[in-house]
Design a protein. Structure first.
Length: 245
């Protein structure tokens, strides 16, 4: 999990927000999103699960999008970071120039509380970002399609009417159990959930099996169409020189 947090620039909220008892389930947040999470609590164990549930509140803003409006710009900007080998030496020189600041931060760290350690890490990260972002970050503008009403999500090809009926029964039982958490409602909900999962698994396996059989028939009967299935995939260009290899 630590490797995942490092690669995705995430932080573990347990221990930093509210009641941070040690549990299996964790809340992961970006560094700048800690101000949005409130009332973080690890609740008591209950009879319905082996896990101690966690609860928290997230501060959000609600926006009203007008789908038919032509005067509203629905584009959004996002910042990305991409390494550039041509700037290796420049980045190294600037990091070396920041060594006195980094040494001051690490030498003056106080371990009285978790907050002190977190503040030290934030300051250290800010120094690294101040050197890296002007050289490796760039801004992209993309069209925000979140305001477009999609009606219903696209279903998988194997998701037929039998799957749909089983899902409707499962969701109905779930809503019934949430409104009245009785033992009979829970048993009904669990049974219909198992039935729905089994149907979905069976339909998906049948679909994948038929697809493999179709590909196998193409390989023997229509080799040209068979290879077209793979020619659509993008080929990666090899830009490594012979000396580097």
């Amino acid at each position: 999990m630590l490797d995942l947090c490092k690669s995705c620039s995430l932080r573990i909220a347990n221990g930093r927000l509210g009641d941070g008892s040690s549990v299996i389930d964790y809340l992961l947040l970006c560094e700048n999103d800690f101000v949005l999470a409130q009332n973080f609590t690890v609740n008591s164990f209950n009879e319905w699960s082996d896990h101690a549930p966690i609860s928290f509140c997230i501060l959000i803003y609600y926006f009203i999008y007008y789908i038919n409006s032509v005067n509203v710009d629905h584009s959004k900007t996002s910042i990305h970071v991409r390494w550039n080998n041509d700037l290796n030496d420049t980045f190294r020189r600037n990091i070396i120039a920041k060594l006195p600041v980094l040494n001051t931060i690490t030498n003056n760290v106080v371990f009285d509380s978790r907050k002190d350690v977190s503040d030290c890490i934030c300051k250290f990260t800010d120094v690294i970002n101040s050197v890296a972002e002007p050289r490796f970050s760039y801004v992209s503008v993309t069209k925000d399609k979140s305001y477009v009403y999609q009606g219903c999500s696209k279903k998988a090809e194997w998701f037929d009417n039998e799957c749909y009926v089983a899902k409707q029964n499962y969701v109905s039982a779930l809503n019934k159990y949430n409104s009245c958490k009785s033992s009979s409602n829970r048993n009904e909900f669990c049974q219909l959930k198992v039935i729905y999962k089994r149907i979905v698994k069976r339909k998906k396996n049948i679909y994948e099996h038929e697809k493999l059989k179709k590909i196998e028939r193409l390989r023997h009967q229509k080799p040209k169409d068979f290879w077209k299935l793979f020619s659509k995939k993008e080929t990666l260009s090899n830009d490594i020189s012979t000396d580097e290899y």
